[in-house]
Ligand binder design. Sequence first.
Ligand code: ADP
Length: 447
Amino acid sequence: MFEKVLIANRGEIALRVHRACKELGIQTVAVHSTADANAMHVRLADESVCVGPPAAKDSYLNIASIIAAAEITGADAIHPGYGFLSENAKFADIIAAHNITFIGPSADHIRVMGDKITAKETVGRVGIPLVPGSDGAVETMEDALKVGKEIGFPLLVKASSGGGGRGMKLAETEADLERAISTAKAEAKSAFGDDAVYLEKYLVQPRHIEIQIAADSHGNVIHLGERDCSLQRRHQKVLEEALSPALSPEQRAEIGEITRAAIEKLGYLGVGTVEYLYENGQFYFIEMNTRLQVEHPITEQVTGVDLVREQIRIAAGEKLSLTQKDVTFSGHAIECRINAEDPKTFVPSPGKIIDYHQPGGPGVRFDSAVYDGYTIPPFYDSMIGKLIVFGDDRDHCIARLRRALAETALTGVKTTVPLFADLIDDEAFQAGDYHIHWLEEWLAESE
Ligand code: ADP
């Protein structure tokens, strides 16, 4: 096992990794920007190193500073968390060149999955069902129109290097196609420095369902069921649940095994998530994330598996602590991403937290790095905590969630707590009857 892990992240995920390390008897090193000198991940870690000024590009994305911090402190592994450098293949390569272990998959797997066109081609070859679309990048309008004729409209133009919902444009009809392609290309070029785009059939009312997988270096590969992340705003997840209210145990076993077998064929190592859209009983791959996801705790709650612990153990060359037969599901879990934002306009609301009481009691877990008197800096994303609630079944989980939201106290900044309180009282939500566009429609109606 590792002796010392450097955590190349901030906020709740830095704390989550710290906790898993401590339980494994590992020393931790926090890195931080000057804006985060008083952050909880810095306070709790065994050692800390300042890696630069507030802007993420100069600190949390500053590879040279982070490697220097690992060298100075003698860390033998680096955990990247999610976001920042977690899916940066060059970072994984540089870490390996310094004889430090990257807690994640190989740089090659990161590279393949980071390019969505290559990712689709790769997983298509190992039996994963795909969204019908162009065969690779579309180079000319002639090619694009041909795809439109074959597949029909609406079509979605997507950036091959896309992420965070950016670089995606809808073409309702043939007349929109040229403009959708040129705006998607321009957006992708400026956001990712790569203007390659491809076309996909636009699914009108699908759910977003993703399968959690874990693979060790001894040939063991398991899936841990699914998460339903259909409640989104601007293609960003807002509330997730495990398991999905839309799948039967047979459907779960089927897509779980298809995914597991594919990951085994790819020789993938570590934890990862295969994301699908699900419509009319069919699954369609959209992308694979080669890292821990924000919403991993809901899977932990329904399976009893500590995913971060498994991830660290895998990187250290140990065997998965369970086999597929040992993976069982019980109860229901929901996660609310609580942001420091206006609950109506979603305008970020950084500032000082004055009165803080976090929810607790049976079945309630609050993964957060904020504390009473903490000042939320304006430089990073606005998530301040993940409220994760577990119940015997979905109704019980919702009742607990309602109770936990009501006892959450946090003043000084605006938060999205009131949004969740309203959302979970909606009848369609309670019936589990929603799709990826449902939340935006609901928000527009409740304006
Ligand atoms: P990103 O990497 O930018 O998050 P994804 O490919 O994961 O992009 O897609 C993000 C979200 O965009 C999905 O969860 C879904 O809501 C929507 N989306 C993506 N592809 C399609 C599609 N073919 N049809 C309809 N919606 C889609």
